[in-house]
Every structure is written in structure tokens, then in C-alpha cells.
Design a binder for this molecule. Structure first.
Ligand code: ADP
Length: 602
């Protein structure tokens, strides 16, 4: 059972399916291309934003880099670091000076450590969480400054808990380091700026720890697990206070040729660059959903267009089918009209044909009647001669009776009887010719008719010394006709052939039966006089004869012609090359009996 509606063929269904497949492939290709293109566009934009944020971070750090160096040259501070006594007034003065400078420079805290790392003075000296008195020897910025390095260090404040970037510079007094000046910069306002911009920026250090992040929950998490050694170092210098530094649920992927971070199941297109300090990296993260949204929009548009396209196709198909069926209906109407016209014409032709046949029959009849007139001379001759002879024989019989010779009267009577028989024969033939007998069709085996004709003629032929040879070259040959009338045709042809060989020594009639392409052909070939070429066309005319008066009336071939034509056949005469004549009789085979083998032997 077909799953399709009867109207749609499997071929059309497959075509539609292929169109749908091609359409879907095209749409998915477009969606993919939109993904790649928008990822590329976003990464370009992201890179510009990343450069901007990098610039702000860089300027935030560089802005205060000079402070520790400048303060290390301050005479009061140098004195504070070198003087052992009477520091009370000096410390207050330095504290105030540091506070003033801090406010002016907009840094977070400025403070002075002695050579042991203990804070002697600080800008926040008056605050609750003042650095003064605290030792920061454990901080790398102290150690770096002692060693003459200016690296900088990000850490969560050990005293205040406020994260910031620490920059330091050593104060050198006659080749000895007498102390360290430290400037702390608060980077939280920067983070706030990023957050306010609604963008995702993170900065990681050399251990992969996110120490600056626009999203709070990522801060002090890591992008990759930290080694034990690094962890121990972080704990020693108390860089991130007590933060756990647990790794983020992060997967690094490559989608549309771009780096993608999947953090806690949320995807971001990520652009990375170094952040200006050794090991630092700044990452700008763009939510991947922007790309997905664009893709979804293009998918929606694509699907709508595809549906419209398919619907358009269906509509056109439907319309075409309607037009086609309308055209078919018009054509059917036209054919109907033509058929009707043809039918009228056929009827008319039938009528004309019937009229023609009738006219033809009338003409034949008229022709026959006209011929009757023509033949009257011949008949008069044929009949008058025996009648004159009868009269003579009757007179002589009367005389002989008068003379008392009854035995000779019997002979005369015999002659009279023979002559009346001959007259009866002539009139009989005339009757057959003149009668317009209806044709009766039956299925007849032609060989049977032929065999019977040969048998009938056997005695006559034997008397005349004529040999009839039958060559049967085919299967049974059924034709539509009447066996007695067919027999009459064959008898006539054999008799004519025998007559034509009367004065010849070799008297041989060859009858050949052939079955060719649904036609049966019977050839009657004799070794007689042959036919004069000039009279071949007249042979089948009624009363045409070349025989002596009393021997032929010229009706045999004419009657035979009529019979053969009645049964749909044909008859013609021709001369043989070696002398003698050939009569060719042809009939169409009756197809209904074509394959039925009828057995007959002569
Ligand atoms: P008829 O035999 O009474 O003359 P047909 O119509 O049978 O009438 O024949 C017409 C004429 O055709 C014959 O007179 C004869 O001249 C010619 N004819 C017929 N058969 C042969 C034949 N086998 N060979 C030569 N002439 C023939």
C-alpha cells in the first residue's frame, strides 16, 4: 500500500525530498557561515576592546610607577631611615607628607619600610588599619626592592584586605639599603569600570590566578590547576590572603576557528593578550550566545525562506497541474468534437458506400443484362445450331420411321437427346451468370476444394491423357468462402488448361499451393498454347472466348472471377517463359483458423 496520496508519484516525492535535502543542507551551510563570519567580526571588535582595556590597565599601573623612586630621594624619608634618635617629630612629618602625596597622586597607600621590612611611616598612619608597625618582609616587593629589582606585585592587602598593586623602590644610603618605599595602587575602580561597561574582562598572573575580574565569582579562581610549589610560594608571601584558588570549571575549545572558554557551562569567545607585567594575561570574553543568536536568526530566516520556496514550488506544481488538466479537458472536448464529426463522416461514407454498392450491383446487373443482349447472337448461334440439327434429326427420324427403320430412328433420337443436353448446359450456365446469388461465407479448407476439383476432373483428364500434378507447399489453408463455388473455379481452370493442351503431346497441369504471409496462392500452370498477349486483358470479360463455336461460351473465367472477388481474393493470367499459361489465384487466409492444421491428402 502506498503511503503517498495517489496524486503524487514516487518520482515526484523523491524529487521533493531531494529539494528539501538540498534546501536543508544549504540553510545549515548558511548558518555555519554566519557562525564563522560573526565569530570573526566579534573577535575583531573584541580585540579592539581588549586593546582599550589593556591601555587602561597599563596607564593605571604606570601612572604611579615613579612614586617609590621619587619618594626614595626625599630627604626627610632618607633621614628617617638613617636616624636612630628623635624620630617622633620626623615620623609625624613624613606621615603627613606621605598622606599629602598619596592624595595628590590618587594612589591607595604610600609607606616606608625600614631595612627589616617594618613600616616606619605610612600615608594611612591615622587610620584604624594603619600599616605603621607592620612587618612586610614576607612580601616579594620588599625582597625585590632590597635586591634592586622593580617588578611590582599584585596582592590582597595583609592588613586591610584590600587588593592592590604594590610597587617598591629601595632607599640606598652609602651603598647600604636603609629602607624601601612602597606605593600601593587600588585596581578595584578599574574592575568596576569593566563591570559597568557590561563586559567580561579577566587578568591572570603567571600561575593562572584570576586576580582582576569584572565578574566577582571568578576572582581568585584559576584557569588551570596550580602546582604545589607555586601554591606554597603564594601561601608564604600571603599574596591572596586566605583565598582557596580553586580552578574554574573551564574547558578550552576551538569553535569556528576561534578560542572559546566554556566556564560553568557558559561559552565565551576569548581574546587574549599579555597584560604588561611578566606572566600576566588579559582575557576579553564575549558571550558565545551572541553568535548563537545570529545563527538562530539566520536559521529562522533560512527555514522560512525554505518553507516559502517549497510552498511556492507546490503552488506552481498545483497550478501547472490545474492548467494541464484544463488543457486536457479542452483537448478531450476537441477530440470529442472531432470524433463526433468523424462519426458523422463515417455514417455519411457508409451511406455513400451502401449507395455505391447498390449502384454497383445495379450496374453489374445492368451490365449483365446488357451483356445478355450481346450474347444473344452467340446464344442464337449456340442454340440455333443444335435446334437446326434437332430439326434435321427429327425429320430424318420421321422419314426413317416411314421407311420402317426403327433401329436408325433410335440413333437419331440419341443425337437429339445429346443436343438438348448441350442446350440445357448452355442455358444452365447463363442462369448461373445472370442470377444475383447472395454470397455465403464459411470457413473452408482451400485444399479440400482443390482436391475435390481435381478428383472431379480426374476421368476427363485421364481420357484426354492429361496429367494433373499437385504441389502442396503449405499448411492447411483456411479461407472464407463456399466450397462448391471454389470447386467450380478450380474445375473451370483445369478444364481450360486441358483444352489449351488439346493438340499437344505433353499434357501436364502443375497445381501449386503456397501459403505466404497470411495469403494463400494457387498456381495453375499448363504446357498448352499460352495466351496471346493482346487478349490477356479481356480474358475475364463475359462471353470472351477463342474457342470454336459450340466448344466454348466465354463465361467460365468471368464466373470464376466473380466468385474469387466475392471471397476477397484475386485472379490473374500470365504466360510462362517456356510456353503455356499460368493462372494465379490468391485468397487472404482466414486468421481464426490459421493455426488449426487440417489434414488433407490428394
Ligand atoms: P471458354 O472456355 O468457354 O472459352 P472461358 O471464359 O473459360 O470461356 O475462357 C475464355 C478464354 O480464355 C478461352 O476461350 C481461351 O482463349 C482463354 N483461355 C482460358 N484458359 C486458357 C489456358 N489455360 N491457356 C490458353 N488460353 C486459355
Amino acid at each position: 500500500m502506498s503511503l503517498l496520496p495517489r496524486k503524487i508519484s514516487w518520482k515526484t516525492f523523491t524529487l521533493w525530498l531531494a529539494c528539501l535535502g538540498v534546501g536543508l543542507t544549504f540553510v545549515s551551510g548558511v548558518v555555519q557561515w554566519v557562525g564563522i563570519d560573526s565569530a570573526r567580526d566579534l573577535s575583531k571588535v573584541g580585540f579592539d576592546r581588549l586593546s582599550l582595556y589593556h591601555g587602561t590597565l597599563h596607564s593605571a599601573l604606570e601612572k604611579h610607577r615613579y612614586l617609590p623612586f621619587v619618594l626614595s630621594r626625599d630627604e626627610e624619608i632618607r633621614e628617617l631611615l638613617s636616624t636612630k634618635d628623635g624620630r617622633g617629630g620626623l615620623i609625624l612629618s613624613v606621615n603627613r607628607s606621605l598622606n599629602a602625596t598619596n592624595q595628590k597622586a590618587e594612589s591607595d597607600v604610600l609607606y616606608v619600610l625600614n631595612s627589616e621590612g617594618t613600616t616606619l611611616a605610612a600615608s594611612n598612619w591615622s587610620e584604624e588599619r594603619s600599616f605603621v608597625g607592620h612587618n612586610y618582609a614576607f612580601r616579594p616587593y620588599y625582597k625585590d626592592a632590597i635586591e634592586g629589582k622593580e617588578v611590582g606585585f599584585f596582592a590582597v592587602g595583609a592588613t586591610t584586605g584590600v587588593p592592590g598593586f604594590f610597587m617598591s623602590h629601595a632607599v640606598v644610603n652609602e651603598a647600604d639599603v636603609s629602607g624601601v618605599i612602597v606605593a600601593k595602587v587600588d585596581l578595584r575602580p578599574l574592575q568596576q569600570q569593566w563591570r559597568d561597561g557590561g563586559e567580561h574582562v579577566i587578568v591572570t598572573d603567571q600561575n593562572g590566578v584570576i586576580f582582576l575580574s569584572s565578574r566577582d565569582k571568578w576572582r581568585y579562581r584559576t584557569v588551570s590547576p596550580i602546582s604545589e610549589t607555586s601554591m606554597a610560594k603564594i601561601r608564604t608571601n600571603r599574596q591572596f590572603a586566605g583565598a582557596g584558588l580553586a580552578p574554574l570549571e573551564l574547558k578550552k575549545l576551538t569553535i569556528f576557528g576561534q578560542d572559546v572558554f566554556e566556564i560553568d557551562g557558559e561559552r565565551f569567545l576569548v581574546l587574549t593578550r599579555d597584560a604588561g607585567k611578566p606572566g600576566w594575561s588579559m582575557h576579553f570574553l564575549i558571550p558565545f550566545k551572541f553568535i548563537r543568536e545570529k545563527q538562530q536568526t539566520s536559521l529562522l530566516i533560512g527555514m522560512v525562506l525554505l518553507v516559502l520556496f517549497l510552498m511556492g514550488g507546490l503552488f506552481i506544481r498545483e497550478r501547472r497541474q490545474k492548467l494541464r488538466s484544463a488543457q486536457r479537458a479542452r483537448e478531450a472536448d476537441r477530440f470529442q468534437a472531432i470524433n463526433e464529426m468523424l462519426q458523422i463522416e463515417i455514417d455519411e461514407r457508409k451511406r455513400t458506400e451502401e449507395e455505391l454498392l447498390k449502384t454497383q450491383a445495379d450496374l453489374v446487373q445492368t451490365g449483365k443484362l446488357a451483356a445478355l443482349g450481346q450474347m444473344s447472337t452467340a446464344i442464337a448461334h449456340e442454340i440455333n445450331q443444335p435446334m437446326a440439327a434437332i430439326r434435321t434429326f427429327t425429320a430424318s427420324a420421321r422419314l426413317l420411321l416411314g421407311k420402317g427403320k426403327p433401329e436408325q430412328v433410335g440413333q437419331s433420337l440419341e443425337e437429339i437427346s445429346f443436343l438438348t443436353e448441350r442446350m440445357a448446359k448452355i442455358t444452365g450456365e447463363l442462369k448461373t451468370f445472370a442470377r444475383k446469388a447472395p454470397v455465403e461465407y464459411q470457413m473452408v479448407d482451400l485444399r479440400e476444394a482443390l482436391g475435390r476439383a481435381i478428383t472431379l476432373m480426374q476421368t476427363v483428364c485421364e481420357q484426354d491423357g492429361v496429367i494433373v500434378e499437385l504441389r502442396d507447399l503449405g499448411d492447411s489453408v483456411p479461407v472464407r468462402g463456399d466450397i462448391v463455388r471454389l470447386e467450380q473455379v478450380f474445375v473451370n481452370l483445369i478444364r481450360n488448361a486441358a483444352d489449351a493442351m488439346h493438340d499437344y503431346n505433353e499434357k501436364r497441369i502443375l497445381v501449386t499451393l503456397r501459403n505466404i504471409n497470411d495469403h494463400v496462392i494457387i498456381l495453375f500452370e499448363d504446357s498448352g498454347t499460352g495466351i496471346e498477349p493482346g487478349i490477356i486483358a479481356q480474358l475475364f470479360d463475359p462471353f470472351f472466348t477463342t474457342k470454336d463455336v459450340g466448344k466454348g461460351v466465354g463465361l467460365g473465367l468471368s464466373i470464376s472471377y466473380g466468385i474469387v472477388k466475392d471471397f476477397g481474393g484475386n485472379i490473374r493470367a500470365e504466360n510462362l517463359d517456356d510456353g503455356g499459361a499460368r493462372f494465379v489465384v490468391e485468397f487472404p487466409c482466414a486468421t481464426s483458423l490459421k493455426h488449426q492444421r487440417l489434414k488433407y491428402t490428394v
